[in-house]
Design a protein around this ligand. Sequence first.
Ligand code: UDP
Ligand code: MG
Length: 321
Amino acid sequence: MINLNEISIVIPVYNESQSLEQLHKQLTSTLSNLGKSYEIVFVDDGSSDGSISSLEKLYAKDKAVKIIQLRRNFGKAAALSAGFKYADGKIIITMDADLQDDPAEIPKFLSKIEEGYDLVSGWRYPRHDSFSKRVPSKLFNQVTSLISGIKLHDFNCGFKVYRRETAKGIKLYGELHRYLPVLVHGKGFKVGEVKINHRPRQSGQSKYGAIRYIRGFLDLLTVMFLTDYCLKPLHFFGLLGLIMLILGFIINAYLSVLWFMGQGIGHRPLLLFGVLLMLMGIQFISLGLLGEMIQFKTSDTSENFTIRRILGSQRSQNFEK
Ligand code: UDP
Ligand code: MG
């Protein structure tokens, strides 16, 4: 069995060469005061500004530094999942590399985790970003909270703390990092939040403009679908299809009665609507069934659930720590 560190810090880095040294310094001063073993995992996401040589310098002087260099820019979600895969800490902390997140807040997160949360997400308050970014972000957070039912104020904050099995159990791709709390919550883990100090960006450039939030809303659809309906596609498509089919059937039955009574129905727009509803209904149900077939063929039963613990003389296991 490998020896786990108490803490892993996972930091996605994309063209942040100017802040890395300072970040490492601030992190080291906070972490060394905690008295716990730790590692700092920098994931270089295909930087082209010399970030990698700054990281190599840190690696040369500090044994706690680990570097994962991706072959090209894959995006923050991919960088985070590479970090999660290779992090060996019992607690995994993610933070941005641009010094906007303050390492001095780490103890606050840790005490919240000790209260029994599986994921503690930062709430940047007050937020030091441009107005054009804060406004869509606020809307994004309110809609996400409303639709997902999770009471968080800042879903997309890069500063988050996870228990090991929480971070290890998430599949991340595309830009789904914005919805980490929703994905984690969907797996049955307990999600909490702490208010944190946020700083303006001092150097380098933001990689995400306000416009990205539009894509973000599409991703919300994906996430809700994946967490709620992924395992039962027919329940989603089938229900929609059934409603359409029944409605179309009623309309067409009504028109048929009129036809038998001698009325002409060929010119009625309602006829077209009824036929359309029935056809779409059948298509939706077939789509649901196809989804079920794919699910059946590819499902791996061990991933349909998450376990808190198993009691029993042979194999008592606690998955909480
Ligand atoms: N980042 C990354 N890959 C990307 C874009 C961003 O690893 O393709 C990292 C970036 O280096 C930073 C973090 O993700 O550490 C957050 O990016 P940024 O600060 O630009 O986002 P913002 O704070 O403006 O939302
Ligand atoms: Mg930033």
